[in-house]
Structures are given as structure tokens and as C-alpha cells.
Design a protein around this ligand. Sequence first.
Ligand SMILES: [Zn+2]
Length: 116
Amino acid sequence: MNIEFKVPSSSSDSDYLVTICNDEAGVLVTCSCPAGTYGKLCKHKLQVLTECIEDKQVVVLDSDRVSVCDMLQDTEILALLRAFSAAEQDLVRVKRALELAKRNLEMALRGKVEHP
Ligand SMILES: [Zn+2]
């Protein structure tokens, strides 16, 4: 079973094709963008997976209603996606802490002390 999603390219007028393929080998997700064709985790794959999971998106395929979320249920993809998202949130927190530390150091170097 193949489910295809058209995702607009951010750098050109073209669309990329993200395909979620579910067969006896398991679930595979591919994208036609340059990074995706090398098997990299591109933003298009992430966008499709995230939208499918957050919106509980149901795709009608040959008159069958297919839930991408259900399709991923028996795989480790959902857990890995959650881990990725958590790591991204950690990164945002660390970036904020770094900015604050930088600002405090800048202030101290100018003779002003800021208490967080
Ligand atoms: Zn892509």
C-alpha cells in the first residue's frame, strides 16, 4: 500500500512527493527531494509525518479509509518521532539558556550585573 503526499518545495515552484509505503517489509517513508533520495530525514518527510499524527489524518485510498497513524502504530516510527521532537524542544531550551548566559556575560563585562 502506497500513500502519496505532495509537499511544496520552499526553494522552487516544484512539489516533492512523500510516499508512505506499507508492505510486508514494514513501513517505509521516502521523498523525491535531493536529501530524501539519499535517505536523509528531510523536512518534507517530517512535515507529512507530523501533520498525519497531529491531525490524525485519514487518507482515502481506493475507497478504503487509511489512517497513517494506525499504519505507524506497530512500528517504532511514532516513538522515534516523539524522541526527535523532544530533542528539538531540548535544543530550543538550550539555545535560550545560551542566549541568556551570553547576555549576562556581556552585561557583566560592561560592569553591570543582571540577576536572572
Ligand atoms: Zn524531502
